[in-house]
Design a protein around this ligand. Structure first.
Ligand SMILES: [Zn+2]
Length: 131
């Protein structure tokens, strides 16, 4: 007989081809292929769940200060700014009257005061707008 794989002559008593090692067609079934196919699949690895993630709070304590409501804060700052604007206008009017009375030194001081009041008012307006 001949090997079905490589065609070499196989002795009647041999179960395998002497050239390529393929099992002889007439020989006893070796069953290697069947055995390997029938081999039980390895058991699937048991999936071990990782430990549950414990969420930690980012901070233990909430912030101490509560941000003031922008409405009330801005309103307060605007009111203060308006008060300074009114004071500055009054100072400017007084300075104008003083200047007509030729009290130039006083007028200069009052004008400077009015300017200073306007600057303060602007600062308060800026604070009111920031928050
Ligand atoms: Zn062969």
């Amino acid at each position: 007989m001949f090997c079905g794989k490589c065609g070499a002559a196989i002795e009647p008593g041999n179960q395998f081809c002497t050239r390529c090692g393929a099992p002889a067609a007439g020989g006893a079934p070796v069953g290697t292929a069947a055995a390997s196919a029938a081999a039980p699949a390895p058991p699937a690895p048991v999936y071990s769940a990782p430990p549950a993630y414990v969420a930690q709070p980012p901070y233990g304590a909430p912030p101490y200060y509560a941000p003031p409501t922008s409405a009330s804060h801005g309103t307060t700052m605007n009111v203060v700014g308006i008060v300074f604007v009114v004071l500055g206008i009054i100072a400017a009017l007084v300075a104008t009257g003083l200047s007509w009375e030729e009290s130039y030194i006083w007028a200069a001081g009052v004008f400077l005061t009015a300017t200073f009041l306007f600057v303060i008012a602007g600062v308060f307006f800026a604070l009111a707008r920031r928050r």
